[in-house]
Design a binder for this molecule. Structure first.
Ligand code: SF4
Ligand code: SF4
Length: 370
């Protein structure tokens, strides 16, 4: 029986405490919403109450100073309330359309010393949304590429499509820096995916001291890792062996065992996937398909990757019907035409099962084969 007055939950405070009053009062009782203009949404409740939301992109990784700046904007315009969306946007809610437009102008006027926008307003409707992305070289252990760098470089080339709604339909771009895909790139219109192409290196002399060998063995989804012994400089070391042809370069073993790193300057890079979506509007949800099997890492601006993404986006924008998502457009014109129109070479890595002549077709894969 819970004890009266005793705090038994030491997790975060309930989110309901932080909802703006209009959201609290109409929780679960919303009638409809519409997009007034790029970056401004109107939600209308069954009670007739209205709230206008202004959405602005962020860099996601922020300094405390920058967060204080955001809080000051919330204090000034939206009663001290602000929300972060899963796509790293900020949302401020105001009471009238005039107030929303005034806030949009204010946010668009905020610039960094070099002139770049601090809080560009957009990310709604038939435009590019801010990118869902992962950690990359900043603080994860298995990335094959950087997340922040690739996202910044991409958002810079699609900035016009973020701040306007002139595309045929929404375009969701996502980024994950390894196959573990915590960026959920497998259902995105355009997906940037970091991939390794080499199996883990084995640091035999340290492996048994740094790792629990059974955990490293159990971590491998393809059963490529087994316990082993090795003679080095006259000493016997307990270690592991990796069956290379079974390895799919996922990095799970490295998660368990720091003596099995697989980051590699030449092996690591990016695959691009397109055509996925979660929405079931008009057509069923779909997985993204690999259209570029490998682009080398080119920090800090990833010029090859951004050029390909821009070309795909521009070709889609010019060629698709209204309301047609990127994958629906490629399905309608045929994937052969997609590759031709986007100036992309087609390789065996993009075919469902290249080893079987019966499947030498233009069907696309969500698998990675090297
Ligand atoms: Fe780490 Fe992979 Fe997630 Fe990137 S996608 S943050 S490397 S687990
Ligand atoms: Fe197994 Fe993945 Fe490690 Fe390869 S990278 S050995 S597939 S856990």
């Amino acid at each position: 029986k819970p004890m009266e007055g005793r705090i038994s939950d030491i997790g975060p405070r309930h989110f309901g405490e932080y909802l703006p009053p209009v959201i609290k009062e109409n929780f679960g009782k919303w009638d409809y919403h519409e997009i007034i203009e790029s970056g401004i949404l109107l939600h209308v409740a069954q009670s007739g109450a209205k709230t206008y939301t202004v959405r602005a992109g962020t860099a996601r990784l922020m300094s405390v100073t920058h967060i204080r700046e955001i809080c000051d904007i919330a204090d000034k315009f939206s009663g001290g309330y602000v929300r972060f969306t899963t796509r790293n946007n900020l949302e401020f809610q105001v009471e009238t359309e005039e107030a929303a437009k005034e806030l949009k102008k204010y946010l668009n006027d905020q610039k960094f010393p070099g002139g770049a926008h601090k809080f560009p307003v957009g990310g709604t409707g038939a435009g590019v949304t801010n990118i869902v992305h992962t950690q990359g070289w900043v603080h994860c252990h298995t990335p094959a590429t950087d997340a922040s760098g690739t996202v910044k470089a991409t958002m810079d080339v699609v900035f016009d499509e973020f701040t306007s709604m002139k595309l045929p339909a929404p375009v969701r771009i996502s980024m994950a820096c390894c196959l573990n895909m915590c960026g959920a790139v497998h259902c995105s219109d355009i997906a940037i995916l970091g991939i390794h192409r080499k199996p883990p290196l084995l640091d035999h002399k340290f492996l048994d001291n740094l790792c629990e060998i059974p955990l490293a063995v159990a971590a491998c989804p393809t059963g490529a890792v087994r316990p082993s012994k090795i003679e080095l400089d006259g000493e016997t070391y307990k270690t592991v062996a990796v069956k290379q042809e079974r390895c799919m370069f996922c990095g799970n073993c490295y998660t368990m065992c720091p003596s099995m790193p697989l980051a590699d300057k030449d092996g690591d890079g990016i695959a691009l996937m397109v055509g996925g979506k979660i929405s079931n509007r008009i057509t069923k949800p779909a997985f993204s398909k690999v259209v570029v099997p490998f682009i080398p890492n080119e920090p800090p601006r990833w010029p090859t990757m951004t050029k390909v993404i821009k070309k795909i986006l521009d070709t889609y924008a010019a060629d698709a019907h209204k309301y047609e998502r990127l994958g629906d457009w490629a399905n309608r014109i045929g994937w052969e035409r997609f590759f031709e129109k986007c100036d992309l070479p087609f390789s065996e890595h993009l075919i469902d099962d290249f080893r079987d002549p019966a499947y030498y077709t233009w069907r696309q894969t969500t698998q990675f084969k090297w």
